[in-house]
Design a binder for this molecule. Sequence first.
Ligand SMILES: C[S@@+](CC[C@H](N)C(=O)[O-])C[C@H]1O[C@@H](n2cnc3c(N)ncnc32)[C@H](O)[C@@H]1O
Length: 192
Amino acid sequence: MDLKSALQDDNINLPDNFFYNIQKFKEQLFKWNKIHNLTGAKDEKTIDEFIYDAVFPISFLPKTKNLLDIGTGAGFPGMILAFGLPDTQVTLVEPLAKRASFLQFIKADLGLDNVRVVKKRVEDMESEIFELVTSRAVTDTNMLLKLSENFRDENSKLLFYKGEKVYDEVGNDLKHKIIKTKNRHYLLIGED
Ligand SMILES: C[S@@+](CC[C@H](N)C(=O)[O-])C[C@H]1O[C@@H](n2cnc3c(N)ncnc32)[C@H](O)[C@@H]1O
């Protein structure tokens, strides 16, 4: 099934320009990835799987004023969430120059007013509170909780894109929910 049909089948509510932005993003990602190693996803099928994986949480996330994505790499999930959530201010923190430049290029090319790219390690970012913190494939849950300390308060939610090992990483003391799809365990912290 193609990406559009899969997302429509799931009734995920996306803005009109979502697939236009996705198309442009993919064209640039292919171009840049030939020269720089931005992501291991080299073919369209894998990139579509990454996009589906990134955007699926829109089906269960509460409305969010702002979000911080830690270690966005080539755009997953933060840039894709920014396409899907035009009313959410999205901060992408990524220290690697080539990846941050790519994210900055996409922001400018698509005129994304809701995206800010910070070329830093998250530890070096100035403290600021976000309603939602996301991260995929950066580090384990404990370390992400630590890295996000200066960027959340008691009302913030955290969404970490995990695999089956998530059950070894969370205890009952942590208020959380795990939402499963075929290939993903989404860990949503801050919700029962
Ligand atoms: C394996 S990649 C994953 C990229 C993307 N999230 C994805 O799922 O495709 C990990 C990314 O995290 C970034 N990273 C590592 N340590 C970081 C830190 N302390 N703060 C912010 N980003 C970090 C790396 O530069 C890299 O781009």
